[in-house]
Ligand binder design. Structure first.
Ligand SMILES: [Zn+2]
Length: 292
């Protein structure tokens, strides 16, 4: 009994979840959700940086290394979002498929303390989201040819949902007068959203959350909020809210709520999926910009 039981348990650990053919790992929650949608029942998804957690400053755990070591395919955002990734992948000894989900995105640079840095938050535009989905499907097809039809079908249906929401969001945001489309949030996570939907975002922190802004930067932002009459001010789900709270106190601008920037909410929250996250953010942004 004993000798027969142990190998069974071990083989269960090594195999994908019941019914799944492929073990896949995603670096962060938004990508994990996209991967689940494209992979469907054939793919068991493990996500490294979970809901409400900050990927910029994440420190991988031994269990993360074990997940990647046992994976058939590993999806990352790339563009420097996971600053710890190169060292981490090397430490796992992983030699399988590594897919950069943002591949093919038209990137833009941002000024970070006088240095030009690539903005990694490409998922904050739904048209970029479609590119992520195509890259995910291509990656899965490469490791599981038998499932390729399923992945392609799932990706096509999912991309259609993104494209439909993109059109709705564009229409809703266009109805807000241009001079009112200005938003303050903790860090520069919405550059692609800004570009896609014609909203200006200002942030005390740069494109990463790893450095505190200087007092002079914050003072400059407060002057800008007053002179431009910005009245949409938001905290983010995975960033320290204290700085934005301080700006709210000093300017008298009311906080508009919590935007989901770099991570989803837990399953019972308002942004449990990529699509829900997008809808939730737009539903908060519009009334705040309109001053309602
Ligand atoms: Zn970020």
């Amino acid at each position: 009994m004993k000798s027969a039981f142990l190998p069974l348990v071990l083989s269960l650990f090594a195999a994908p979840a019941l019914g799944a053919e492929i073990n896949a790992v995603a670096s962060f929650s938004i990508l994990g959700d996209m991967l689940s949608r494209v992979g469907g029942d054939r793919v068991a998804v493990t996500t490294i940086v979970g809901p409400n957690a900050d990927t910029h400053v994440y420190e991988p755990k031994p269990s993360d290394a074990a997940s990647v070591a046992g994976a058939d395919i590993f999806f990352i955002n790339g563009l420097g979002f996971e600053g710890w990734m190169d060292r981490f992948v090397e430490s796992t000894g992983y030699t399988g498929q590594l897919v950069v989900a943002s591949g093919g995105v038209a990137t833009h640079e941002m000024d970070e303390d006088g240095e030009e840095v690539t903005d990694p938050h490409a998922w904050q535009s739904l048209t970029n989201g479609v590119l992520y989905i195509e890259n995910i499907a291509k990656g899965l097809c490469a490791v599981d040819a038998a499932g390729c039809d399923t992945y392609t079908k799932n990706a096509t249906a999912y991309a259609a949902e993104l494209t439909a929401l993109d059109a709705t969001v564009r229409e809703e945001l266009e109805a807000v007068p241009t001079e009112r489309r200005k938003v303050i949030t903790t860090h520069d996570a919405f550059g692609y959203f800004a570009e896609a939907y014609g909203v200006t975002f200002l942030a005390p922190e740069g494109i990463s959350t790893d450095a505190e802004p200087s007092a002079a930067d914050v003072a400059k932002l407060i002057i800008q909020i007053r002179s431009e009459g910005v009245h949409a001010l938001f905290v983010e789900n995975m960033s320290d809210p204290r700085l934005v709270q301080q700006i709210a106190d000093e300017t008298g601008v009311k906080l508009g709520g919590e935007l989901y920037a770099d991570a989803l909410s837990p399953p019972d929250g308002p942004a449990a999926t990529y699509l829900d996250m997008f809808r939730h953010n737009v539903d908060l942004l519009i009334p705040a910009m309109e001053g309602k």
